[in-house]
Design a protein around this ligand. Structure first.
Ligand code: CMP
Length: 138
């Protein structure tokens, strides 16, 4: 059954000119890009997005980083999209990411790690709704 997930090309990857390469990896892996846009977040908007991490010591740095430049939020669709995107992204810390994964190829550090992907169905639903209106998801 087709499943949707949510992803962001993060500010480090956009700044470094990796957006098109990352989108190509995503399409090559069989994902349909249902919706995508270029935008910047305020720190408040980044804090709302990462609210589940509010108690973590890295929350301030993470939300400042996510507000530091343009991002490309997007909604992706394929069978098993949530798990397959996480496999394609690789480990959160690029030092631990497998060869061939997006983070191995394009990430700089555990914070500036090129791409975000939802980790479960409930977080995917929240994250899609945070960035996209229903009429953008046809
Ligand atoms: P992401 O999948 O977008 O969700 C939470 C983010 O926190 C994660 O990617 C990392 O980029 C970021 N982060 C920053 N520092 C840490 C850390 N020490 N441990 C885990 N995640 C971190």
């Amino acid at each position: 059954m087709l499943q949707r997930t949510f992803s962001i090309v993060k500010p480090d990857a956009v700044r470094n000119g990796h957006t098109a390469s990352i989108l190509a990896e995503i399409e090559k892996a069989g994902f349909k890009i249902v919706s995508i846009k270029r935008m910047s977040l305020t720190e408040e908007q980044a804090q709302g997005f990462y609210a589940v991490h509010a108690a973590r010591p890295f929350f301030g740095a993470l939300t400042q980083f996510m507000a530091s430049g343009a991002i490309f939020p997007m909604v992706l669709e394929k069978e098993n999209a949530i798990a397959d995107l996480r496999k394609l992204m690789g480990a959160t810390n690029p030092a631990n990411a497998e060869e061939g994964t997006i983070r191995k190829k394009f990430a700089e550090s555990i914070e500036a790690n090129a791409i975000h992907g939802s980790d479960a169905e409930d977080t995917a639903a929240f994250e899609i709704g945070y960035f996209f209106a229903g009429y953008e998801l046809k």
